[in-house]
Design a protein around this ligand. Structure first.
Ligand SMILES: *Cc1c(COP(=O)(O)O)cnc(C)c1O
Length: 234
């Protein structure tokens, strides 16, 4: 009897998530066309933080392969079984990484987008040596130079990038940034794009549910969408 009550609910939810994904894909295509860009070069990362494994499954069934989580422990509990079921699923860490969680993160994630301090870079290098698995890394840039926010100041990026690559041997392939809230994000997105281009970094992770079209206009190659796919987080 439980199933009889439960199944229709699940079905509705799956349809919602699949439909939301489809509508985001259409908006990405439209934004890319406006910007005269190739939509296939813009990757959608579905941010499933605080959402269930069922929600992730629904998105995967709807064709979504890349997911983002902001906490290592939550991601581990949710995604270890999912990774077994879906070997082509890719997982991105988009929240702050504490040095005591580095090994877990190196084992679990395909991309760590929040490399933001030298100590973390050296711990990641050590961990990679030890466990023999290396994800890709993006450097988080504090593009608005906000004191409460994580990330490397734009003026420090060149030195920090050299430290991470030449110094630590990390595979740094991109930048990630979140512009200040309640401000026009466009100039910030443009600055991130210029920084990534200047340093030859192909991946530019910027844009969320509320501003991804502007991010695409400014050259984003990866948008991180939570709410517009999975609904509001409680
Ligand atoms: C939560 C989160 C997102 C997704 O935000 P939405 O507004 O729900 O799309 C994107 N990036 C980071 C770093 C986040 O923490």
């Amino acid at each position: 009897m439980v199933n009889v009550v439960h199944d229709p609910v699940k079905l509705v939810k799956m349809t919602d998530i699949a439909q939301n994904l489809e509508s985001i894909r259409q908006r990405i295509a439209a934004a890319a066309q406006t910007a005269k860009r190739d939509a296939s070069r813009i990757q959608l990362v579905a941010v499933s933080k605080l959402k269930t494994a069922e929600d992730v499954r629904a998105a995967y069934e709807g064709g979504q392969k890349d997911f983002g989580e902001n906490r290592v422990q939550e991601a581990k509990a949710k995604f270890l079984p999912l990774r077994e079921a879906y070997p082509d699923l890719r997982l991105h860490l988009i929240g702050p990484l504490q040095t005591n969680k580095v090994e877990d993160a190196l084992r679990l994630f395909d991309v760590i987008e929040t490399l933001d301090r030298p100590r973390l870079a050296t711990e990641c290098a050590k961990g990679i040596q030890k466990i023999g698995r290396s994800p890709e890394f993006y450097i988080e840039v504090n593009i608005g130079e906000e004191h409460q926010k994580a990330g490397i100041a734009p003026s420090m990026l060149e030195d920090f990038l050299a430290f991470c690559t030449t110094g630590c041997g990390l595979n740094v392939t991109g930048l990630m940034a979140i512009p200040p809230q309640h401000e026009n994000p466009h100039p910030y997105f443009q600055q991130v794009y210029e920084l990534a281009t200047r340093h030859g970094l192909p991946h530019i992770s910027m844009g969320m549910s509320g501003d991804f079209e502007q991010a695409i206009a400014a050259g984003s190659t990866e948008i991180r969408i939570g709410t517009a796919i999975f609904g509001a987080r409680s």
